[in-house]
Every structure is written in structure tokens, then in C-alpha cells.
Design a binder for this molecule. Sequence first.
Ligand code: 5GP
Length: 189
Amino acid sequence: MPSSAEPTILILIGPGGAGKGTLARHLVEADPRVWLSRSWTTRPRRPGEAEDAYEFVDRERFLVRVAQDGFLEWAEFLGNLYGTPVPEPPDGHDILLEIDLQGAVQVLDRVPGAVVALIVPPSEAHQIERLRRRGDTEAHVAARVERGRAEIEAGRTVADHVVVNEDLESSAAELLSILGGLRESRAAD
Ligand code: 5GP
């Protein structure tokens, strides 16, 4: 298959509360050629969280899919399993993944051309506010902030781009321009 037919993979990583999920949904709405993968997780659905935010499954079902080699990557994050099903985007679409750092490292191993954008909150105060707003318990907020510090530090070593998510519109515009550049360079191959 010529390389120009291969979809681009853009991976969003970053700490919980950085706004990755909102950004990802915004990108899909803004660009019809972006296909967002829906992850599987064993984490219970949060109150008020969309039913289709993930494929919510129990550990047993998750591990059956692991055994079937049905994930592009999967990882354990704060006690729950998360995985990206082997992607099957429609023709002409690029793949957007919103996953953690361990997952991004696995994808880069399998698909070295994948591009990683690290999304960081403008401050820890912003991050904590976002985490509280979505209903995380205080213990979870503290664990995610702590874990987030490590994600940002290690994320910088694998990221091709770092986006400080102060304003949704401008962060989305930055990511769309990154995607546009990737498509241009792919078309020129
Ligand atoms: P949350 O529980 O806040 O929805 O997600 C926790 C972390 O897991 C976030 O960093 C999120 O990006 C990551 N995550 C979501 N889906 C996947 C996935 O399919 N694989 C991996 N490795 N991480 C994921």
C-alpha cells in the first residue's frame, strides 16, 4: 500500500483535567476527516458521563480481547484497564487517539510515524477545577494531579508538540494546523 494511503495517527496525551477529551470531540466536529477511536475501559462510568464515552466492560471481557490481540495498545491506569481497539477508520480518515503515556509509547513502537501532542493545563489550579467539575472524588483528584505531574514530565520526552490548553478554540486550531501539516507532508511523499 502506498504510504499516502496510510492514515495519520495523532495521539493526545496529558494529565487528567487537561481537557484532552473535550479537545478531541471538538476536533472531530471541526474536521470530518478526523476519526476518533473509542477506547475500552474497566473503569465504571462516572455519574453524568456520556454512555458512549468508552465501551465500558468488565475485566474479564477486556482480558478476552487482549488474548485475541484485539487492541492496538492497552495499559493499566490508576487500577483500571484502558485499551484502543485495533483501529478501523473509514477510508480517507485520520486516526485520533486520546490515551495515556504508556499507551502512546506502545503505539509509537508499532507505528513509528504516529505523532504525539502533549496537552497540558495552564496551571494545576485549572486542572483541579476541571477534575472536580466532572465529579471525581477528592482522593481521585489528588491521585490524578500527582500522576499528572509525572505524565507531563515523561510526556515531554516523547511528545512532538506541547499544547497549553488555556483556550479550547486556540488549542483546537493549533492541533488542526498540526494535522494539516502532516497531511501535506504525507501527500508530498
Ligand atoms: P479517564 O479515567 O480520566 O477517562 O482516563 C484516564 C486516563 O486513561 C487518561 O489519561 C486517558 O487519556 C487514558 N486513556 C483513555 N483511553 C485509553 C486507552 O485506550 N488506552 C490508554 N493507554 N489510555 C487511555
